[in-house]
Design a protein around this ligand. Structure first.
Ligand code: FAD
Length: 301
């Protein structure tokens, strides 16, 4: 938790650099990345995972498998007598964290100065109950982040605003599925909902940032459905399963499963966020390798 308490951090030039660097390392080491290939089934044979079935019915075989999606979704795809029903129930019954509504604002060039900090606003008295709103009083708080204009570094090119939103607010469109690969409209009602929520959020943001008024060239909104359809996380939960500080040990899921060649990783294993998932990845690698040599390598890097 030390890193979170010290401050918040971001990468100049955007977080996608991490993906580019990691995928480069993976390819240079002989790895292959299959994009846009949803895993539909995890098939066990004689107590080991034998292969995966992808959405186009193709098959991927391997000696070892690591699942980086939520353990509940992993188990849904896996039918195996090795997984006890108590373990299944424990994983599947865990409550998820809340979802979010994100607003991405494109600014008119050279109008808003870049600010190298984040802003967090909460309505008075509601800091511990930001997700406990009724439809009319939403939102109870938001985080606002400036993105630098590369050509004019003194200015911001865009602003991201993140606020909590319950999945039930968009439940009536939950039968729809939309990603850039499956461009199916969710309907006019949904577009109106997004627009009205964006305007409501913006009205409140203008109170603290009046300089934004008249300097927005366009905005895009993402709802819990966007999160769900892109991330594959039930209810669009932003941080995976809910952790309870009263019972910290119960929150931890082992990267090992009862199937010796199936491992788990990702935000649900330990902690969420870029730091939490990196720590989970290290734990998973240590179990895959069966020793602590990775820690020594990190210490001596
Ligand atoms: C809007 C939003 C803002 C956030 N902001 C921050 C932040 O500022 N800082 C921070 O530290 N954390 C932030 N988080 C949390 C952070 O993004 C997550 O904790 C982290 O990405 C989880 O990593 P992961 O590897 O466990 O899962 P993911 O990053 O969700 O990766 C899982 C991947 O699996 C893919 N997938 C799902 N199902 C299948 C399937 N069946 N077959 C194949 N692939 C599949 C998904 O498409 C996805 O690419 C934010 C989350 C959200 C939603």
């Amino acid at each position: 938790m030390n890193s979170y308490i010290q401050s918040s951090w971001k990468l100049p030039g955007g977080g996608s650099q991490i993906v580019k660097i990691l995928s480069g390392i993976l390819r240079n080491s002989g790895g292959e990345i299959l994009r846009n290939k949803e895993v539909k089934k995890i098939v066990e044979k004689d107590g080991l995972i034998n292969h995966l079935v992808l959405e186009d019915d193709s098959i991927v075989e391997s000696k070892q498998f690591v699942s980086a999606i939520s353990p509940a979704e992993t188990l849904k795809m896996l039918h195996s007598g090795k997984i006890r029903s108590r373990y299944r129930q424990r994983i599947e019954n865990r409550e998820n964290t809340m979802s979010s509504f994100s607003l991405y604002i494109v600014l008119k060039a050279k109008t808003i100065r870049y600010e190298n900090c984040n802003y967090y606003y909460q309505k008075r008295g509601r800091i511990w109950s930001l997700g406990d709103y009724n439809f009319d009083e939403w939102p109870l708080g938001y985080g606002l982040y400036f993105n630098r204009d590369r050509k004019n570094p003194e200015y911001a090119s865009s602003i991201s605003i993140l606020t909590l939103m319950k999945f039930e607010d968009v439940k009536k469109w939950s039968h729809t599925f939309h990603t850039s690969r499956h461009e199916v409209s969710r309907g006019v009602d949904y577009e109106r909902f997004k627009y009205e929520r964006s305007e409501k959020l913006l009205d409140w943001v203008y109170e603290k940032f009046p300089q934004l008024m008249g300097n927005i060239s366009s905005f895009y909104a993402a709802t819990p459905l966007t999160n769900r359809d892109y991330i594959g996380q039930r209810d669009g939960a932003i941080y995976g399963v809910q952790k309870d500080y009263n019972t910290p040990l119960e929150n931890i899921i082992s990267p090992r499963t009862k199937i010796p060649n199936l491992f788990l990783t990702g935000q649900n294993i330990n902690l969420h966020g870029i730091l939490g998932t990196s720590l989970s990845a290290i734990l998973t690698c240590m179990m895959l390798l069966g020793d602590n040599s990775l820690i020594d390598k990190i210490k001596n890097a």
